[in-house]
Design a protein around this ligand. Structure first.
Ligand SMILES: NC(=O)C1=CN([C@@H]2O[C@H](COP(=O)(O)OP(=O)(O)OC[C@H]3O[C@@H](n4cnc5c(N)ncnc54)[C@H](OP(=O)(O)O)[C@@H]3O)[C@@H](O)[C@H]2O)C=CC1
Ligand SMILES: CC(=O)N[C@@H](CCC(=O)OP(=O)(O)O)C(=O)O
Length: 317
């Protein structure tokens, strides 16, 4: 491992996930925050916008070529979906060994990119310099389904409820607090990109029904699973306990987890394991903070893995 810090830049640092990334990188003993980009906050001090950040670093407005010209060791892309390609192309041309971690959905289906959900895919990491970071819903679904994947009689049905920070900062119905007041907003009820992403990753069809709620952060994923043969609750829970025994960020609990308990925390909770009469069907509930385990914390795990640090460096747990 290098003794001088790895130099890292965050593109899209004004956004919800960018702000969390700034805090995690600043707390990391082996990383130096070389630049943070925002068009809107160009020239302004990071310390004036990011709680917990001290120092004189300022936001810069950087296009793809300007990011590539920085010549850093690692770049995190925290841009809205569909915006990453020019940045990847410019880095490919200027300094292809740069480590890129992309938070968007743009490279989740791309051969050659490592799909970084460490608790489930770590063994597939083979030194790739391009890492696609699964998002909040996809992470929650996979953590809730994977231990039972070999025991299913049909597609899991996943009812997801997200806080409105999941919709980013670009104004839309899904982050309009007036429209969300006293409301639950269903959307993209079939064929959401995360339905396809999880189906591909788990090699089984999943059915996903997302909703946005009036709280700011945290998601609840309630998953209905039909079993290929009846199982006891103890047998179901034992599969989850075994699968996540060595995963400090995934906590398996008895009760159904509450989103209010996970907001601001770096891990996920999985619980309920409620059996239907006859034990042929079980309901599992997963919660995580969409901005942390669903985005920034997971990106930090992936950076740590790729740069040779302990996977949980700078992540409170
Ligand atoms: N929010 C969440 O819960 C999760 C988000 N993700 C993914 O992470 C990514 C970032 O999400 P989030 O932080 O919520 O997004 P935000 O909308 O909060 O932030 C987007 C950032 O990108 C910048 N930006 C926007 N458009 C462009 C552009 N055309 N060129 C350059 N910069 C641009 C914005 O800053 P400025 O306009 O100042 O340049 C801002 O810093 C998305 O791809 C999202 O899908 C993944 C998991 C969870
Ligand atoms: C509430 C809301 O709009 N959520 C976003 C998902 C946020 C997320 O997980 O981002 P990725 O697309 O990077 O996975 C959505 O449904 O598209």
């Amino acid at each position: 491992m290098s003794t001088s810090p790895f130099r890292l830049g965050i593109v899209g640092a004004r956004g919800h996930t960018g702000q969390e990334l700034i805090r995690l990188v600043a707390a990391h003993p082996g990383l130096e925050l070389a630049f943070v980009s925002s068009r809107e906050l160009d020239g302004q001090r990071v310390a004036d916008h990011t709680d917990g950040f001290a120092g004189e670093l300022r936001f810069e407005s950087l296009d793809a070529d300007a990011v590539a010209a920085k010549g850093v060791d690692a770049v995190i892309l925290a841009l809205p979906n569909g915006k990453a390609a020019p940045f990847v192309a410019a880095i490919d041309a200027a300094k292809p060994d740069t480590l890129i971690v992309d938070l968007s959905a743009d490279y989740r289906f791309e051969a050659g990119w490592y799909y970084g959900l460490p608790e489930l895919t770590r063994a597939r990491y083979a030194g790739q310099r391009r890492i696609s970071n699964p998002g909040c819903y996809a992470t929650a679904m996979q953590l809730a389904i994977a231990p039972l994947a070999e025991h299913l009689a049909g597609p899991p049905q996943c009812f997801g409820v997200s806080g409105y920070s999941g919709a980013g900062t670009m104004p839309s119905d899904k982050n309009d607090t007036a429209l969300l007041a006293d409301n639950l907003m269903p959307y993209a009820l079939t064929n959401h990109v995360h339905e396809r992403e999880v189906s591909k990753q788990l090699s089984l069809p999943v059915e996903f029904m997302p909703h946005v709620a009036p709280h700011f952060r945290g998601i609840t994923m309630t998953v209905n699973l039909w079993l290929s043969a009846p199982m006891s609750r103890d047998a179901v829970k034992a599969l989850f306990d075994a699968r996540y025994a060595d995963a400090p960020l995934v906590e398996v609990i008895d009760d159904a987890p509450w989103v209010s308990h996970i907001a601001g925390r770096h891990g996920a909770q999985i619980g309920a394991f409620t059996m239907a009469p006859g034990n042929g069907r079980v309901v599992v509930v997963a919660t995580l903070d969409n901005l942390l385990k669903g985005a920034a914390t997971q990106a930090m795990q992936n950076l740590n893995l790729a740069l040779g640090f302990d996977e949980l460096t700078s992540i409170p747990h």
